[in-house]
Design a protein around this ligand. Sequence first.
Ligand code: AMP
Length: 401
Amino acid sequence: MTATRVLVLNSGSSSVKYQLLDMRDSSRLAVGLVERIGEETSRLVHTPLAGGGDERRERSGPIADHDAALKAVADELAHDGLGLDSPELAAIGHRVVHGGLRFSAPTVITDEVLAEVERLVPVAPLHNPANITGIRTAQALRPDLPQVAVFDTAFHTTMPEAAARYAIDVETADAHRIRRYGFHGTSHSYVSRATARLLGKDPSEVNVIVLHLGNGASASAVAGGRCVETSMGLTPLEGLVMGTRSGDIDPAVTFHLKRVAGMSTDEIDALLNKKSGLVGLCGDNDMREIRRRVEEGDERARLAFDIYVHRLKKYIGAYYAVLGRVDALAFTAGVGENAAPVREAAIAGLEGLGLAVDAGLNAARSGEARLISPAGARVAVAVVPTDEELEIARQTFELVK
Ligand code: AMP
């Protein structure tokens, strides 16, 4: 029997998301989530999808740590005849947020690779420790199985130095590995290639601006399949206005908050990462709720929406200039795929750049990749659903098959 299944694990600090895929046809056999790990109110939601069934199962009660979480996931999978001890399981693919400069491609995890991911903890203190815990736990469960790391930063390692370096003292920057790494790379890679396919072209033939607008948000400029610029930096805080992150601000705001407002570094960190962006501006970070409030005439929601869209527009213009020629612009992730008013407002007034959306096409709902620009438009505007788990599974399977 050949092994064709891949388990994809996305381990956060208190959660594990997982999907089991069969790479013969990229189908999902099971998907699930463990959340609030380490609390009394942990919860596991498991949905087996093989055989067309879809009886979602839920389990509540304390799950002490990632080890217990993964064992609970393994039990659920075994219950469906999809156990981790199955000879059909080819590998486990892990989402790893920060791969630094070293990892530009998916990598089979060895002790040495894990040590390097550990060395990157100072630049990804929130994410890499959780990813490492997930990897160690999975290794303990199946020590014989290849485990692959797929890095959020990998797609952006092709950025030229001019885009990747901050204009600060070079020695200080290098000593502390301060540079722009970018994130959401798996999504930017997947969506830029899917957009090329939608145009009937090879990725090497097209220049694409990708707008990944989820709760976290980032833009990228992709020239002939290679990322040349992206909006997130050393951390995911830089760039677009997000659900709870500020995106770009004058760095002197942080000194000001420290010196004048008397805030600590941790308080400023929390302010900019968790209490800013849409939630800081209007109290909501869900675009559905913000649009509902805008429709009702709520001024704060209107301002939050306008600031969000204004920033998007600035990035579209900037990346147009970086690329020189743009063949397509693709919207993806929760907001990008679903919020027609955001797409309409972001593109409004850009006819001079060859960018326009057709109101009817923009309003139509679909789970498929589709064009929303008018027929004959100079630049194709597309909505392309992202699928990071499938991309992680594919990259993992390619490496081990
Ligand atoms: P993601 O991080 O990609 O899962 O995106 C999550 C965000 O997508 C949510 O916080 C919402 O702001 C947004 N979102 C999801 N569904 C919709 C929808 N139908 N309309 C507008 N925004 C949506």
